[in-house]
Design a protein around this ligand. Structure first.
Ligand SMILES: Nc1nc2c(ncn2[C@@H]2O[C@H](COP(=O)(O)OP(=O)(O)OP(=O)(O)O)[C@@H](O)[C@H]2O)c(=O)[nH]1
Ligand SMILES: [Mg+2]
Length: 309
């Protein structure tokens, strides 16, 4: 049996060490990961992939920990994936996450991992998608992905997950107003976390005013006290059920696959281009643009031409 074949066999049994090792291959952009993912593909598509997003400090990790506890009570196998922010402060944040998740570390039905995506060439989304596919094929029934909801990231998470939970906190009033269009685009469920703090009811009212017509469920949670978490899980399950029963091909089927294919093509084409002309050459063109000797559009055209496109 091929080496990939052996790993796949262990992965399918849910062997946590094999899963962890394969995630490292994905993180490093190792070609070995590709052969494993190819073999796993037909086994995937069973897990409910959930994106949990929101501004820093809104309580994503705390809520995920409470959600995990509730899911375990419901006998689900859970995987938690945190997308490691590459900033210099991530060490502290990750340590905090470890403390928050500690009650789940010894539970064999929970797999927790933060995914560093420093190495990948513009392929954060591709790495997360591959990681989710792996965790899915390894038998996890639900994969919770924590991402910081800023700019591009939010849109990406919509392409990756069946259900996107967006977290806000009381007193984000004006910000929420400004975020309306962006939120509507991605949120399947809106959660006001830290509902134990003052202003939660007002925030809920405001959200209902803004989003009432969209049909997006609006829930309140107090993650530290496990309040509202059961209802959140019910709502998640309802959303996933609806996706399945209506055979809403949209996001579960064609859109998902198209977006994955396009992002892979983008990455691969870029890799080939860099191979052809050399990373140094891109750097040299970038310097010209930085020094205002050339605009980026012209530089891109010249690069493509020199590579024979
Ligand atoms: N009062 C209150 N505090 C909470 C609640 N949930 C989380 N917190 C606190 O909010 C702070 C941030 O929580 P995290 O879970 O780390 O938030 P996060 O969104 O994961 O943060 P980043 O990963 O750094 O973006 C911590 O001090 C938590 O204890 C809640 O329901 N009520
Ligand atoms: Mg966090």
């Amino acid at each position: 049996m091929s080496k990939a074949g052996e790993v796949v066999k262990r992965l399918r049994k849910g062997d946590a060490r094999a899963v962890a090792r394969c995630l490292t291959l994905i993180e490093n952009g190792d070609p070995g990961a590709r052969s494993i993912l190819k073999e796993l593909h037909s086994r995937s598509g069973r897990a409910h992939i959930v994106g949990v997003t929101g501004a820093p400090g809104t309580g994503k990790s705390t809520l995920i920990s409470s959600m995990t506890a509730e899911l375990r009570r419901r006998k689900k196998r859970v995987a938690v994936l945190t997308v490691d922010p590459t900033g210099p402060f991530s060490g502290g944040a990750l340590l905090g996450d470890r403390i928050r998740m500690r009650e789940h570390f010894l539970d064999e039905g929970v797999f927790i991992r933060s995914l560093a995506t420093r190495g990948s060439t513009g392929g954060v989304a591709a790495s997360i998608r591959d990681a989710a596919c792996l965790l899915d094929a390894a038998g996890n029934e639900i994969v919770l992905i924590e991402t910081i909801g800023v700019g591009q990231d939010q849109v990406q998470v919509k392409d990756l997950a069946h259900t996107v939970v967006v977290i806000v906190i009381p007193r984000m009033g004006d910000e929420i107003q400004g975020m309306k269009a962006g939120l509507l685009e991605i949120a399947d469920i809106l959660v006001i976390n830290k509902a134990d703090l003052p202003g939660a009811d007002e925030a809920a009212e405001q959200l209902r005013g803004l989003f009432g017509e969209s049909g997006v469920p609006i829930l309140k949670t107090a993650a530290l006290e496990n309040v509202g978490v059961g209802q959140l899980i019910d709502t998640l399950e309802e959303h996933y059920g609806k996706l399945q029963t209506e055979r809403e091909r949209g996001r579960t089927g064609l859109d998902f696959s198209r977006s994955q294919l396009l992002s892979l093509l983008r990455d691969r084409l870029l890799d080939r281009l860099v191979q052809r002309i050399g990373a140094g050459s891109i750097e040299a063109w970038a310097e010209k643009v930085a020094e205002r000797r050339l605009d980026a559009h012209t530089a891109a055209e010249k690069i493509l031409k020199s590579a024979g496109f």
